[in-house]
Ligand binder design. Structure first.
Ligand code: FES
Length: 129
């Protein structure tokens, strides 16, 4: 497998490699959400509140991730943004955020957003916040 960083809008995501990365943080604490894995269509997301944090939870080609729901540019909601590869595109001014790293991959945002690992247990999603 290529060791180069995953391009933000690269749609050729290696699911096995991505899931293998999750095992690196088995000691992280996960909180159960009210979201079932089956509630999120492939390449889509839902909004959820967990421990007083507003998050978006994603299904990226069968891989689950979460991020803060607000863009780092003007703190507007990312809800309504498009998933492009493993990025979310802000619906307001178009910044792209890498959902693996949280990095802002395109302007006008320059700061990252927080991203969280997600695990599935009995079809329920747990998030590492
Ligand atoms: S509020 Fe997201 S790019 Fe401006």
């Amino acid at each position: 497998m290529d060791d180069s960083p995953q391009n933000c809008c690269d749609t050729s995501v290696d699911i096995d490699a991505m899931n293998a990365d999750f095992s690196k943080s088995d000691d992280a604490e996960y909180m159960q959400t009210t979201i079932r894995a089956s509630d999120i269509k492939v390449n889509s997301y839902v909004a959820v509140s967990v421990s007083n944090r507003e998050l978006l939870m994603y299904n990226i080609n069968g891989r689950y991730r979460a991020s803060d729901a607000k863009c780092s540019h003007m703190k507007l909601s990312l809800e309504g943004g498009r998933i492009m590869g493993n990025c979310i595109a802000c619906p307001h001014h178009g910044a792209h955020f890498n959902l693996d790293t949280g990095d802002a991959e395109s302007p006008p945002a320059i700061k990252s957003i927080k991203v969280y690992e997600v695990q599935v247990h009995d079809n329920m999603l747990w998030v590492s916040i």
